[in-house]
Design a protein around this ligand. Structure first.
Ligand SMILES: [Fe+2]
Ligand SMILES: [Fe+2]
Length: 327
């Protein structure tokens, strides 16, 4: 196989990412088991992602419940992605072998942090289940979905991880950190903040992994990986659309409101667009993801943008993000 010449112009380094990661040092127990608890009188999600206000016939109470259902599924879906990240990073460590111990140490720390995030999100889900008042189903089983994702091309999987990790930062920086207009639940915001604090290092490491995987492929291998990335987005989209159906059932149980068929269709239409933007569109257009993708597959950039546009929520389309960690 002849490897193509891949321009490695990134300024990221394993050493710097690991050094920055060590400065962030929170424990799950400090966040979940302190005095602070979820306040179920508050919304969890910013409206730019939840889009409950765009469903005109819902009462304030119903909007609150749907927003909280969205908060629960939001963390569930991120924890699902994290279940894919840990084995991907471990595989990459195997791939590197003993060629770069600085990289190995940084990547091991990365995997450990994602394990911590999974515990954090599961802890939240347990508290949510106890306090919400009715059961909310989420897509799964998580391990089966993760296994299906991991059957995809390695370049495809790591590209998905890269855009999702940039996306989490964008959500926090643009919609949560300085959101003074909405009084979101303090505990939920704290959880997103702590997660975000570790994401900047992750995106640096993801970028380095993408570059390494791409550098070891020939042109046909990269084309196959990128093609599979587009298939993986469609797979993710199918899961999101299933989650919308589960959310509508959860809302019905939580409120005791028997929605008419027309009302269900309206909720479904609004929420499908909201989910597509939250988990796909807002990540694919992130400027740092586009930059990395365009180096790997410049001829597919227009296609990437077309897919992003198809997963947009009209009011959000066109905005990109440069968000980096920097507290
Ligand atoms: Fe994470
Ligand atoms: Fe992460």
């Amino acid at each position: 196989m002849t490897a193509i010449i891949f321009p490695q112009t990134t300024t990221y380094s394993y050493q710097q990412a690991h050094k920055s990661a060590l400065k962030v040092n929170w424990r799950v127990e400090d966040i979940l088991n302190g005095d602070r608890r979820i306040d179920f009188t508050k919304r969890f999600m910013p409206e730019t992602l939840a889009r409950v206000n765009d469903i005109p016939f819902l009462s304030s109470y119903e909007k609150l419940k749907l927003n909280q259902i969205r908060g629960n599924s939001y963390l569930h879906i991120f924890s699902l992605v994290e279940e894919c990240i840990v084995p991907t990073v471990i595989d990459h460590i195997h791939h590197l072998g003993s060629s770069d111990w600085v990289a190995v140490q940084a990547l091991l720390h990365f995997a450990e942090e994602e394990g911590k995030h999974i515990r954090l999100f599961r802890g939240f889900a347990e508290e949510f289940e106890c306090g919400f008042g009715s059961r909310c189903e989420t897509i799964g089983p998580v391990q089966e979905i993760a296994d299906l994702v991991l059957q995809h091309h390695p370049l495809s999987v790591i590209l998905m991880i890269l855009y999702v990790e940039w996306m989490t930062q964008r959500h926090y920086l643009e919609s949560v950190r300085d959101n003074y207009l909405e009084t979101l639940d303090v505990q939920f915001c704290s959880l997103l903040r702590h997660h975000w604090l570790e994401e900047a290092q992750h995106t640096a490491l993801d970028t380095l992994m993408v570059e390494k995987v791409a550098a070891d492929l020939d042109a046909a291998g990269i084309a196959a990986g990128v093609e599979d990335f587009f298939r993986l987005i469609e797979f993710l989209n199918q899961g999101l659309m299933t989650q919308v159906q589960l959310d509508i059932e959860s809302l019905t149980h939580a409120t005791g409101h028997a929605y008419t068929e027309a009302e269900r269709q309206t909720i479904q239409a609004v929420q499908e667009r909201a989910y597509r933007w939250t988990f796909i569109g807002s990540g694919l257009v992130h400027s740092h993801f586009v930059k990395t993708f365009s180096k790997i597959s410049p001829t597919n950039c227009d296609r990437l943008m077309a897919i992003a546009r198809a997963h947009s929520y009209a009011a959000n389309w066109g905005s990109t993000a440069d968000g980096e960690n920097g507290e």
